[in-house]
Design a protein around this ligand. Structure first.
Ligand code: 5GP
Ligand code: ZN
Length: 138
């Protein structure tokens, strides 16, 4: 038995303001919102992160993310979809989930600061490294 906050919420063992639920997925209010209306979309099955979740379960999940984005689009002027994987990326709850964050024309949220490569060669090096990883995957 895994001790997991989002499993406990999905199983109604811990309270949360659930706004949508079906056989596969639950969506509830983030307790510490980036913006008013910030939702989490969570599969009922426990998977740790994007690498762990099977493709079919991820497809089901993203369809619900789109649905929640449409809902939030009714109360805001835009939506950010954020998905953190592993501690270095800010994943605090090790049960895969999507953040769906409404954006208001008046808000000042900023998710990252744009950077730049030292040179085109630096950019090529990382691009080639990634392409090699991909070719070894297939
Ligand atoms: P992560 O950093 O793992 O991508 O996101 C986890 C999110 O879960 C955070 O935005 C955090 O505010 C939210 N969260 C943490 N604990 C609780 C809780 O007990 N209830 C709810 N509703 N959200 C939580
Ligand atoms: Zn879990």
């Amino acid at each position: 038995m895994i001790d997991c906050l989002f499993c406990s919420i999905a199983e109604k063992k811990i309270p949360a303001k659930i706004i949508y639920e079906d056989e596969r997925v639950v969506s509830f209010m983030d307790i510490a919102p980036a913006n008013s209306g910030h939702l989490l979309v969570v599969p009922k099955m426990h998977y740790q992160d994007i690498e762990d979740i099977p493709d079919n379960a991820l497809q089901e999940l993203i369809i619900r993310v789109k649905k929640m984005a449409k809902v939030l689009g009714k109360i805001s002027q835009g939506v950010n979809i954020v998905q953190n994987n592993k501690k270095a990326a800010g994943q605090a709850v090790d049960h895969v989930h999507f953040h769906v964050i409404p954006r208001y024309e008046t808000d000042t949220l900023q998710f990252w600061k744009s950077g730049k490569y030292g040179s085109e060669d630096d950019m090529d090096k990382i691009a080639n490294k990634l392409k090699n990883i991909i070719s070894e995957m297939n």
